[in-house]
Write a protein that binds this ligand. Sequence first.
Ligand code: ATP
Ligand code: MG
Length: 408
Amino acid sequence: MTNRDFAVEVVQRLQVAGHQALFAGGCVRDQLLGLVPKDYDVATNARPEQVRELFGKHRTLAIGASFGVISVIGPKPLLPIEVATFRRDGSYSDGRRPDHVEFTDAREDALRRDFTINGLFFDPIADRVLDFVDGRRDLDERVIRAIGNPADRISEDKLRMLRAIRFTATFDFELERETKDAIRKHARQISVVSGERIGAEMRRMLGHSNRHLAAQLLQECELLEQIVPSGNLEGENRANWRTRLKWLKELGAVNWETAAVVLLLNSLKEQGVEPIAERWKLSTAERKSIAWINQHWLTLSRAAYLPWSEVQPFLVHGEALQALKLAETALGPNHVGVEFCREKLKLPAAVLNPKELANGEDLKSWGLEPGPTYSRILSIIRTKQLDGEISSKQQAHQIALEFLDAVD
Ligand code: ATP
Ligand code: MG
């Protein structure tokens, strides 16, 4: 059974029990665009208690019950289906979430949603789309348009600014004029949105091949300067920005961290990774990855002129291929450093990354006192090994003794 099969089953069960039940929002949009939805949401006029009763307490979760959302748990590998009672949102005092919700009908539930293409319903049993917001027209015309008055809708929930740009960029749609104006007008208020949510949106925008469109929209809407610490682009010359947009466009299949390095080049140069990691609430792995790529992609570009012992540790690093793609985009595929690295990466693993000639155990067996000099000695041995100056354990032993002599 697929996620869709299970979602249809949930709808059917609700309808047979006498309720109205429909696919809602993102899954309807994706289906009409010919995309496979990530997950299916069901909207219904059944009350949360009725949904729980129908599917049974042990097959439902009531985590979102205060917003009228009950999760119906499916057979093992399938995702739970969120069944939400049609609702109208109360006032928004925090600029992010409604203070309370009231249960209502399908039409009002469509009107509370963010963009017309996200306001569609679909009845999978009758095979019929229900459109109260002209969402189909905008899907056909490839437009992201706020439902209702854009300025009101954006000021209710500031996260919608980033969602609008993400949908516009990743679908390669147009951002409707008034919606765009409303975003520009409210850009400074993105500060009420949590770092986690900003980070989550940036991850998705920068992880997508249309990342250059997202970056351009963020800049045009004056949002970029709000979400990048010291991201004031005015001081930056236009040619520089255009170059980076071009790189973002040409990066191809890279991880989002690599794209972030391009977007944040100036900020990273001035302040390092910490301010952005804090602002976007990045994980340790993401922070390390951005810092590493930022530090090393230019090293790879100089690889042909550096000692092998300096280049090799970069090439065997987990992010080497990402940094290399960035270098290739920025410097061109025929750049001597880029070609050098590509060639080296074709070497068999045992040649590219040969086993160490000596380790801590060896130093101990040679009678060296354990201590901080261990890593120093091992690193000297490794450098000489990689640079082809030594190739046996005896030679490594010799190096260790010479080092100790020199220190004494
Ligand atoms: P994706 O899952 O690809 O991010 P989506 O549109 O499905 O896109 P969800 O966050 O899963 O986004 O939300 C499901 C639906 O809920 C949306 O399609 C939209 O109708 C509604 N929705 C989500 N977030 C908001 C919001 N901030 N304001 C108004 N409606 C929203
Ligand atoms: Mg979704």
